[in-house]
Design a protein around this ligand. Structure first.
Ligand SMILES: *Cc1c(COP(=O)(O)O)cnc(C)c1O
Ligand SMILES: [Zn+2]
Length: 379
């Protein structure tokens, strides 16, 4: 099926006319930049119509995107103006829905009857939900270690969940091969359409503020690449004056991109024995790692790693603002302690997913017990 733009390898520059998933060199592909103008419309899909590689299948939308940008008091402590982009309100409670919706719009148009993904958490739930919405079959490949608890939130939508024994890193590439052979369109973490869907986060932010910094929890690198591409396209279209500085945030216990960046390595290397409570950003060998590394260097952006203790503290701070996020999504706020941002800087932190998905990580609070007769004494 023809799409509106060629795809270009993010590393070697080779171009492709058809929407293949990855370059022959093994690195991710991305659509050549879109330019356009914004329109009046209810959804981000309509307002930024010129910027998508395939027509969004609006009839099947579940209302993903158009999330609130919340002004936060947490910036006061650091002398900055802080905004929280609340992606927890998406249909399956994470930003993954934006990319899933756009990639599935393509899969439907291209005539696929089945879609798939490789994930343990948020992406699995998202692809499962949208597959049933779009009337497609879903093949969800999960690692051996995925807990029953997590898989419940995936299988409720009715897709086939398959536990795979073996190297989880290899599964990503194996799934693309198998998908091509069996006619299943795999929408993995950095699928080119998925990345395009994430641009909406940049578009919506730019509609409300012109940030100096954007803090982005980063695992496979898909989200980071999508937000970067969104701001770059706005800039090239003359819709914003300058680019914000993007900051990739990782958990110390699994920070392959930050490590390669700070050690000035040419390529991202596998992070051995990953260990962090921020499970949603614990990909030890990120498929878009080298592409993110290239962006960080090209634009003089930054990568920050934060500890589990700092993540827990940030999660509580956000809860104190009325927003309950999962550990991975609190890393941006944790990073504020480590960054010395200029007084008055406008900063957006992406709250990537809901805390209700990771309830077992939350410490039990003391709950008061009280009888009805003595209720007043308990206040
Ligand atoms: C997927 C995910 C991320 C990281 O996104 P990548 O595209 O893998 O870098 C961050 N936070 C949450 C909650 C996620 O589900
Ligand atoms: Zn290439």
């Amino acid at each position: 099926m023809k799409v509106k733009r060629k795809l270009k390898c993010s590393i070697c520059g080779k171009t492709y006319d058809n929407p293949v998933q990855r370059c022959e060199c093994g690195e991710p592909l991305e659509f050549e930049p879109f330019e356009g103008e914004p329109y009046i419309g209810k959804s981000v899909w309509e307002r930024f119509w010129d910027f998508w590689p395939v027509e969004p299948a609006l009839d099947f939308s579940l209302g993903e995107g158009d999330t609130p940008l919340v002004k936060s008091r947490l910036g006061d402590e650091f002398g900055i103006k802080l905004y929280l982009k609340n992606e927890t309100v998406n249909p399956t409670w994470s930003f993954k829905d934006r990319g899933t919706f756009l990639a599935m719009s393509y899969a439907l148009k291209a005539g696929y009857k089945a879609v798939g993904t490789v994930s343990t958490g948020n992406m699995a739930a998202s692809v499962s939900a949208y597959a049933t919405r779009f009337g497609l079959k879903a093949k969800i490949l999960v690692s051996e270690s995925a807990s029953d608890e997590k898989l419940k939130a995936v299988s409720v939508y009715g897709g086939d969940v398959i536990r795979v024994r073996g190297d989880y890193g290899k599964l990503y590439f194996e799934s693309l091969k198998l998908g091509e052979r069996l006619g299943v369109y795999f929408i993995n973490s950095d699928n080119p359409f998925r990345i395009e869907g994430y641009k909406g986060i940049a578009f919506e932010i730019a509609e409300e503020v012109s940030p100096d910094y954007v803090l982005i929890p980063t695992s496979s690198g898909g989200l980071f690449r999508g937000i970067a591409k969104g701001f770059i396209e706005l800039h090239e279209s003359g819709l914003i004056e300058g680019l914000p500085r993007l900051i990739a945030v990782q958990a110390e216990g699994c920070s392959p991109i930050c490590r390669a960046f700070h050690e000035e390595k040419e390529k991202v290397e596998r992070f051995e024995n990953p260990k962090t409570i921020a499970k949603a950003i614990a990909n030890p060998y990120p498929p878009s790692g080298n592409a993110v590394l290239k962006l960080l260097r090209e634009f003089d952006w930054e990568c920050v790693a934060v500890s589990d203790d700092e993540i827990r503290k940030a999660q509580r701070k956000l809860a104190g603002e009325g927003l309950f996020v999962q550990p991975a999504s609190a890393t941006g706020i944790a990073a504020l302690e480590r960054l010395d941002l200029p007084e008055g800087a406008k900063v957006v932190s992406i709250l990537t997913g809901s805390g209700l998905k990771t309830l077992s990580d939350v410490p039990k609070e003391d709950i008061k017990e009280c009888s009805l007769e003595r209720l007043a004494e308990c206040f």
